[in-house]
Design a protein around this ligand. Structure first.
Ligand SMILES: [Zn+2]
Length: 196
């Protein structure tokens, strides 16, 4: 799975991968001129909620090893449901208002359905009225990667799982405070771990 526009790949997510990812984000922001990306970069360099609490259980040491976990399409197809495969590995979008996490309000952590990496805190979830789960920030600054997406005649920013490169959704600059960002995520791409 090659990186896009020089962005970090899962292989970059080991020790020190965060710094490389931040550098890649800044590079992307410079070249894209996309306000959403520029704001996301700013966000990525500010402290995140629960970051301290998750310091010992964040992505980098709690998932399946990160680097080198490249799976074939056949392997992914065997592990994921057809709906999960279509969204996570083929960048499909689930129908709005169809997902099981859209109105979900429990306290806990949303993880990548493909690799179990922790991606979003319930505290950052809000109702954007869009039909998809929305978060105003990822769990940590290295939880997700951002990629330019010019498909379907639109200029959007794609969000992927930093650990396994699965497609999650898109980033929009119309979120609430404190970040002003909306991480619009397919329910199909997420699973949920309640607290306690
Ligand atoms: Zn993943």
């Amino acid at each position: 799975m090659p990186g896009v526009a020089g962005l970090g790949t899962p292989a970059d997510q080991g020790k020190g991968g965060g710094n490389r990812q931040q550098a890649a984000w800044r590079e992307l922001a410079r070249h894209s001129g996309n306000p959403a990306v520029v704001r996301a970069v700013t966000l990525a360099e500010t402290p995140l909620i629960r970051q301290a609490a998750d310091a010992s259980g964040g992505n980098e040491d709690s998932v399946m090893g990160g680097a080198g976990q490249v799976k074939s399409a056949e392997e992914w197809r065997a592990e994921l449901s057809p709906e999960q495969y279509a969204v996570c590995r083929c960048s499909a979008t689930e129908p709005p208002f169809s997902g099981k996490w859209y109105h979900h309000r429990e306290a806990g952590t949303y993880v990548c359905v493909a690799c179990r990496a922790k991606l979003f805190a319930s505290e950052a979830k809000y109702d954007a009225g869009s039909g998809w789960p929305a978060f105003f920030q990822p769990l940590t600054r290295t939880s997700v990667t951002l990629h330019p997406d010019h498909g379907k005649g639109m200029r959007r920013t794609e969000i992927r799982c930093a650990n396994c490169d699965s497609h999650l959704g898109h980033l929009f600059p119309d979120g609430p405070r404190p970040t002003g960002m909306r991480y619009c995520i397919n329910s199909v791409a997420l699973d949920f771990l309640p607290f306690g």
